[in-house]
Write a protein that binds this ligand. Structure first.
Ligand code: PMP
Length: 459
């Protein structure tokens, strides 16, 4: 393939003109970015012709894999027919209508309505306004506080970044008021010595109850959480955690919001993560997998009992130019057709998920790996110098980045979060490709281990 510009030229222009998200742009400019030119199935090709297995589905979104002409054709057809119209002032269009109806069918029974957005961040901003409007209409305007968790990721707009619990983000942009963060259910990293995962799961769940009591239930509007914390490092909660959270949410007058931006659309082996973990959300936040990333789109499903109240309140003063964008909705409809026809959710639950999990969990035997959890097709490897003592490496993040770079050189995209390697491959990944993924991950661990021996960081 001949590119219109050489890789060197592309890198130079990128360094000169492009500010990348979540990057040290000076270091990146000096090092040079990797230019991705095309993709098919689970394979990326870069501008130097390297084929790389995309263990992260882009940014956790390309659930049906790359190269799906069906989605491309649906978008092209829609763009020819009606490339844009809004859904604000008493107008609508068929792609938004069809998608809204489809989502009502696919989501748990308490949901029949969706508010469309353009992204996960916009969806979570919408959640804040919906939650507060709900309690205003119920004449409880003092119920404003939203409880979230440390190390959660809910997006990077001012409000969604505040809901998230990422300290490095809060250091650069102070969170908005009335958001409170409680402990995350990260047993490996945060349990006390001798505390079992079950005990720890209960203790962290009960932090929700304790916080509601400490601040006053009359001031708390909602609790928001990802079923599995994704960007925080694929934190899979102990089995006791979600049932206890579900109990607390049932007993208290607060709304529960499941942020399914990563876990939604099959990732955990059910359509939504709340179904995998048995919770009953009042709002369900979606983006990413709704279109498999082919077009930007997000949404918030709102439970009927909440909608009933909102409908009492007249105008809801909120919306985006691209709420329900017709071409994005067309992409979502084609994507969901593929997921249903190819039974990708069932495939994750009964075939691909168990196949990969068995091999992934075996990586926990590697001397560098502390734990290797996996749910559906999302997993993590905690890297540690001492698995029994659950010790962390000095200079957190250095070993993770080292391993991530080896992985890239081995032709596998894994992401590093602190010293945790994470994967979330496309749901269509074949058995052969999963074997390849495991082989490359193992090679990465071996190379990282050898390097750490040279540093004297492991024995
Ligand atoms: N919520 C969760 C759970 C996410 O993982 C993300 C993105 N990684 C977001 C919200 C924000 O989505 P977006 O980047 O589309 O704004």
């Amino acid at each position: 393939m001949t590119l219109p510009r050489s890789t060197a030229e592309l890198r130079a222009l990128d360094a000169a003109h492009h500010l990348h998200p979540f990057s040290d742009n000076r270091a990146l400019g000096a090092e040079g970015t990797r230019v991705i030119v095309k993709a098919e199935g689970v394979w990326l090709t870069d501008s130097e012709g390297n084929r790389i297995l995309d263990g992260m589905s882009g940014l956790w979104c390309v659930n049906v894999g790359y190269g799906r002409d069906e989605i491309v054709d649906a978008v092209a057809a829609q763009m020819r027919e009606l490339p844009y119209y809004n859904t604000f002032f008493k107008t609508t269009h068929q792609p938004a209508i069809d998608l809204a109806a489809k989502l009502a069918e696919l989501t748990p029974p308490q949901f029949s309505r969706v508010f469309f957005t353009g992204s996960g961040s916009e969806s979570n901003d919408t959640v804040i306004k919906l939650v507060r409007r709900y309690f205003q209409i119920k004449e409880k305007p003092e119920k404003r506080i939203i409880i979230s968790r440390r190390n959660a990721y809910h997006g990077s707009t001012v409000a969604a970044g505040s809901l998230g619990g990422m300290a490095p983000m809060h250091e650069q942009s102070a969170p908005i008021p009335d958001v409170v963060h409680i402990a995350q259910p990260y047993w490996w990293g945060e349990a006390r010595q001798g505390e079992t995962p079950e005990e720890f799961g209960l203790r962290t769940a009960r932090a929700l109850e304790a916080t509601i009591d400490a601040l006053g239930e009359d001031r708390i509007a909602a609790f928001i959480a990802e079923p599995v914390q994704g960007a925080g490092g694929v934190i899979v909660p102990p089995a006791t955690y979600w049932p206890e959270i579900a109990r607390i949410c049932r007993e208290r007058d607060i709304l529960f919001i499941s942020d399914e931006v990563i876990c939604g659309f099959g990732r955990t082996g059910q359509w939504f993560g709340c179904q995998t973990f048995g919770t009953q959300p009042d709002m369900l936040v979606m983006a990413k997998g709704i279109t498999s990333g082919y077009m930007p789109l997000g949404g918030v499903m709102v439970a009927d009992r909440v909608v009933e109240v909102l409908l009492e309140g007249g105008d809801f003063n909120h919306g985006y130019t691209y709420s329900g964008h017709p071409a994005a909705c067309a992409a979502a409809l084609a994507n969901l057709d593929i997921m249903v026809r190819e039974q990708l959710v069932e495939r994750v639950a009964n075939d691909a998920g168990p196949y990969l999990a068995a091999r992934w969990r075996a990586l926990a035997e590697h001397p560098l790996v502390g734990e290797a959890p996996m749910v559906g097709l999302v997993g993590a490897l905690e890297l540690t110098p001492d698995k029994l003592g659950r010790t962390k490496f000095p200079d957190v993040g250095k070993v993770g980045t080292l391993a991530r770079d080896y992985s890239f050189r081995n032709g596998l995209v894994m992401r590093a979060v602190r010293d945790r390697l994470i994967i979330a491959p496309p749901l269509v990944i074949s058995h052969g490709e999963m074997d390849e993924l495991i082989a490359r991950a193992r090679k990465t661990l071996d190379e990282t281990y050898a390097e750490l021996k040279r540093w004297g960081w492991v024995r």
